[in-house]
Design a protein around this ligand. Structure first.
Ligand code: ATR
Length: 274
């Protein structure tokens, strides 16, 4: 049996097994199974050993291990190196490689909204767009790397300022603002904090002065609509959740392991709505 895993802590709520097992079935990989495993930091070394011994074929890494896993790996792909964040593991030629598919997954989820035109061909379609990111947690560097490639101006705010300053070491072009403050206007506001995971939890920043053209993006997809997104929608702004990013990062991980790039069809999207 080929075993795939998602590791994290907590892990009970992970929907990765649902998605990957759906694709495993759809592509008739009858010898494969994808499970979740709750691990502690001390278990990471063993996970890598299991990959080396072919007991596990592929692993997804989630909070809080995306950075902590790095010292155990033989090699990182470009995005993992840039973000110092790994969400996918796979062995090639006896080397355990850490990949970051969050960054590409995020970009896939919004790129249709910002098509390239002749002015943005070189730098990308977010050239000079102003993006305000809330939070500096495990997935934030992946969002920054995707936006940076497109030439965006990125402003970041985190409750704990030191963590924002840490991120600035990876991405010196970041502009940091105090938690609670905001730029006077911007094109996209992205919530990467965990505020909103609990029902009725709200980020206490008032965006009501913002233009109707501002896009509000919350990486949280469960609940489907956080207070942050609900308020944006009620003001008449476009508001999207993290569902498509989650599906796209999973799709790229599946591709690394199996060489199959699965489709994001209505059925798989519906799995996350149940
Ligand atoms: P980790 O930091 O372990 O990777 P995470 O869930 O990826 O965890 O990140 C949590 C993010 O949500 C952080 O940016 C955190 O801010 P702090 O760095 O100040 O902890 C943010 N966050 C969590 N609860 C918050 C709250 N009540 N208000 C504001 N930000 C909050």
């Amino acid at each position: 049996m080929k075993q795939y895993l998602v590791i994290g802590n907590p892990i009970e709520h992970s929907l990765s097994p649902l998605i990957h097992n759906y694709w495993i079935k759809k592509h008739h990989l009858a010898d494969s199974v994808y499970k979740k495993r709750k691990v502690e930091e001390k278990d990471l070394k063993n996970i890598i050993k299991e990959i080396r011994n072919d007991e596990i074929v592929g692993v997804n890494v989630t909070v809080p291990f995306k950075k902590l896993i790095i010292p155990f790996l033989d090699k990182l792909d470009f995005a993992a190196e840039e973000t110092q964040s790994v969400n996918t593991l796979f062995k090639i030629n006896n080397k355990v490689i850490g990949y970051n598919t969050d960054s590409a997954g995020f970009w896939d989820s919004i790129k249709e909204l910002y098509p390239k035109n002749k002015d943005t061909m070189i730098l990308g379609s977010l050239k000079n767009k102003k993006i305000f990111i809330l939070g500096a947690g495990g997935v934030t560097p992946s969002i920054i790397s995707a936006l940076k490639k497109e030439g965006a101006n990125i402003i970041l705010s985190n409750r704990t300022k030191e963590k924002a300053e840490e991120l600035k070491k990876l991405f010196p072009e970041l502009e940091i603002v105090e938690w609670g403050k905001k730029p006077s206007s911007c094109d996209i506001v992205i919530n990467t904090t965990s505020v909103g995971l609990k029902k009725n939890e709200d980020i206490e920043i008032d965006f009501s002065s913002y233009d109707k053209k501002t896009l509000f993006y919350d990486l949280i997809y469960n609940p489907k609509e956080t207070v942050f997104l609900k308020k944006a929608r009620l003001r008449g702004n476009k508001a999207i959740n993290g569902k498509m990013m989650f599906l796209n990062q999973a799709r790229y991980a599946f591709n690394i392991w199996t060489d199959i790039l699965p489709k994001i069809d209505d059925e798989v999207i519906k799995l996350l709505d149940e």
